[in-house]
Design a binder for this molecule. Structure first.
Ligand code: 3PG
Length: 392
């Protein structure tokens, strides 16, 4: 794909679609990974003398105008700490007032506009809304990897209104890992899947069964697989309607010589808050208890597999890692990946947060800023927001 390096930015108004859909608490951004990840593109454009219009969505507002809970103001504050008085804010997303603000920008200045989804046209891929956005700039850059699996107007329609819509450095890097590196992964190639739902990962598992050498499964989705093997799982989270499919996947893996590793022991509790916490002796979970993390034997086994891998992709935590007493499994996996010599790609907000919590962020080859977007890639799909960008 063509990138921002292929554009002449000097003196131009440049619309940079970013994914600043970041968590906020009490008006403060609590995880700025997505903002920091877009800085190389923003800084490059500033150095080249561009006038930048930054635009993102945040959360899922109704699309009927301003909603405080989904405002970009906390992001604006975070950007101010980076760019000081060179960054401005517009409460309006489209219309005369914001167009005027974009025209008044000087080289090296940034205008952050409000949440694109405050306008209903954004989610509806509305061409009229895209035309209004088009008035804000001369050039278009997409650095919103986390949104590239959506057909929202600003990522899917707006770029088609420019002669040469390009990728920013973050999108370029994500494409590199998901398309180039994973197209020809060095073997052994292993996938580690976790999180709550098997149903969220169906297309991913189906695609990976044609690519990987082993799959390690943890998190709540493991209990559905264990159930399919006939193992007692107590009152652990179960997707009954997925049991049959889980069994089919295990059979298919066997036919193809792919190892699927399930937990061999668990951290269990009878109640998530202030319950009794125990570790099982084997894969069985007694009645009245639920699994909340992989157990120590499983950690040892999973670590061994990770150690021998040359390429690892990881999506989804191994347990309820937000609660400290159930986070050991997820943290151990993060550490094991960091210690291994493999090329490692971690996707999904929870796994990225776990990597941060474990303090090994810099030891992972690539921590993706995409949740849904990275899953679509792992499912072997093309992302609409990337498809519409110009080729080199
Ligand atoms: C994400 O966080 O996955 C992206 O920002 C997309 O958000 P969405 O799922 O609300 O479209």
């Amino acid at each position: 794909k063509a990138t921002i390096k292929d554009l002449d930015l000097k003196g131009k108004r440049v619309f940079i679609r970013v994914d600043f859909n970041v968590p906020v608490k009490n008006g403060v951004v609590t995880d700025d990974n997505r903002i920091v990840s877009a800085l190389p593109t923003i800084n490059y454009a500033l150095e080249k003398g561009a006038k930048i219009i930054l635009a993102s969505h945040r959360g899922r507002p109704k699309g009927e105008g301003f909603e405080e809970d989904y405002s970009m103001k906390p992001v604006f504050l975070r950007l101010k700490s980076e760019f000081g008085d060179n960054v401005f804010y517009s409460e309006k997303v489209i219309g005369e007032e914001v167009v005027k603000k974009s025209q008044e920008l000087k080289e090296g200045q940034i205008l952050l506009i409000e949440n694109l989804r405050f306008e209903k046209g954004e989610k509806k891929s509305d061409p009229e809304f895209a035309k209004e956005l088009r008035k804000l700039s001369d050039l278009y850059v997409n650095d919103a990897f986390g949104t590239c699996h959506r057909k929202d107007a600003s990522v899917y329609v707006l770029p088609t209104l420019y002669e040469k819509p390009v990728a920013g450095f973050l999108v370029e890097k994500e494409i590199h890992y998901f398309e180039n590196v994973l197209a020809n992964p060095e073997k052994p190639y292993i996938a580690i899947l976790g999180g709550a739902k098997v149903s969220d990962k169906i297309p991913v598992i189906e695609n990976l069964l044609n690519k990987v050498d082993s799959i390690l499964i943890g998190g709540a989705m493991a209990y559905t697989f264990l159930k399919a093997k006939g193992v007692e799982i107590g009152k652990s989270i179960l997707e009954m309607e997925m049991v049959e499919l889980a069994e089919q996947y295990m059979n298919k893996a066997k036919e193809k010589g792919i190892d699927i590793f399930l937990p061999v022991d668990h951290v269990i509790t009878d109640k998530i808050e202030d319950g009794k916490v125990e570790i099982t002796l084997d894969e069985k979970i007694p009645e009245g208890f639920m699994g909340v993390d992989i157990g120590p034997e499983t950690i040892v086994k999973f670590k061994e597999v990770i150690k021998g891998a040359k390429t690892v992709v990881w999506n989804g935590p191994m347990g309820i890692f937000e609660i400290d007493s159930f986070s050991a499994g997820t943290i151990a996996i993060a550490n094991a990946i960091a210690e291994s010599e493999c090329v490692s790609i971690v996707g999904g907000g929870d796994s990225a947060a776990a990597v941060k919590k474990a303090g090994v962020f810099d030891k992972i080859s690539h921590v993706s800023t995409g949740g849904g977007a990275s899953l679509e890639y792992l499912a072997g799909k093309k992302l609409p927001g990337i498809e519409v960008l110009s080729d080199k």
